[in-house]
Design a protein around this ligand. Structure first.
Ligand code: UDP
Ligand code: MN
Length: 330
């Protein structure tokens, strides 16, 4: 039920060692069932909503680089066990040139026995999450593409409200509420429906309180989707054709960073809208540090991505960014 795992004193040295591998408590994660149960954290009004029978189906695309076995498989199980199978076209795992042995043949053999087709695609070289997601999207068949990080857990009823909103308006790109899976204990904690996405002029994604005008637009009904300026980026669903119409992602962005704001600005400026569907809850392990290498250097990569974002979508507003982050070259 998403309860915290407490590691006995004697194992804490070992636990700290293992923490460094993924920058989360791997020992705790490995102690939890791959198909653990979770509480139903939805608003009461969400539990009784009825969605149309005819919803578009989705491919779920999960990219990973050196992900842990237990978090990756728990993500896959939560998708398979908590999604109606007629809505699930397939799960696509894109391996962004991981170096861990268990992510090769062992993984391939394991997923063959799952109840939903799971396809594994390998990037020839480390490309970053943007190009890895593009590869997964290109190989997918569903009417909707749902992207998830490789350390997520979907809760009951997560998928239907996302797909229903896209059916209503195919240019609406939808995010679930992102619940917090503790990086320390793997406790599952409900996220708030009262925060949405913004950014600062360093082009960092930030959470902000949902403003009163957005509450008023929804006549105070918190079960209705919230229009959000930006998204965190790891978890969203998008109509396949709309994704292609707006030009997918910027394939020139490397490794990680900036692509979430880029996609957000792209959606709003290409006639679409971005929403948080408050009846859909998916957990994500938020980490305090990134566990992997950034070929070329972290700052350099993120700055390059952010400059692409600023140059393409921000017109004169890009000056605010350059004033704060001056002199950084491609
Ligand atoms: N990822 C990837 N290649 C990279 C960096 C990240 O495939 O070079 C994957 C990573 O395994 C994860 C997703 O992209 O599934 C998002 O990365 P991460 O979780 O580190 O980002 P955060 O959630 O911390 O913003
Ligand atoms: Mn993540």
């Amino acid at each position: 039920m998403g309860k915290a795992v407490l590691i006995p004193k004697d194992d804490q040295e070992k636990m700290k060692e293992l923490f460094k591998i993924n920058q989360f408590n791997l020992m705790a994660s490995d102690l939890i069932a791959l198909n653990r149960s979770l509480p139903d954290v939805r608003l009461e009004g969400c539990k009784t909503k009825v969605y149309p029978d005819e919803l578009p189906n989705t491919s779920v695309v999960i990219v990973f680089h050196n992900e842990a076995w237990s978090t990756l498989l728990r993500t896959v199980y939560s998708v398979i066990n908590r999604s109606p199978h007629y809505l699930l076209s397939e799960v696509i795992l894109v391996d962004d040139a991981s170096e861990r042995d268990f992510l090769k043949l062992t993984l391939e053999n394991y997923v063959k026995n799952l109840e939903v087709p799971v396809k594994i695609i390998r990037m020839e070289e480390r490309s970053g999450l943007i190009r890895a997601r593009l590869r997964g999207a290109a190989a997918s068949k569903g009417q909707v593409i749902t992207f998830l990080d490789a350390h997520c857990e979907c809760t009951v009823g997560w998928l239907e409200p996302l797909l229903a909103r896209i059916k209503e308006d195919r240019k609406t790109v939808v995010c679930p509420i992102i619940d917090v899976i503790s990086d320390d204990t793997f406790e599952y904690m409900a996220g708030s429906d009262m925060t949405y996405g913004g950014f600062n002029w360093k082009l960092n994604f930030r959470w902000y309180p949902v403003p009163q005008r957005e509450m008023d637009r929804r006549k105070g009904d918190r079960t209705l989707p919230v229009r959000t300026p930006t998204m965190a980026g790891g978890l969203f669903s998008i109509d396949r054709n709309y994704f292609e119409e707006i030009g997918t992602y910027d394939a020139g962005m490397d490794i990680w960073g900036g692509e979430n704001l880029e996609m957000s600005f792209r959606i709003w400026q290409c006639g679409g809208s971005l929403e948080i569907v408050t009846c859909s809850h998916v957990g994500h392990v938020f980490r305090k540090a990134t566990p992997y290498t950034f070929p070329g250097g972290t700052g350099h990569v993120i700055n390059k991505n952010n400059r692409r974002l600023a140059e393409v979508w921000m017109d004169e507003f890009k000056d605010f960014f350059y004033i704060i982050s001056p002199g950084k070259q491609f």
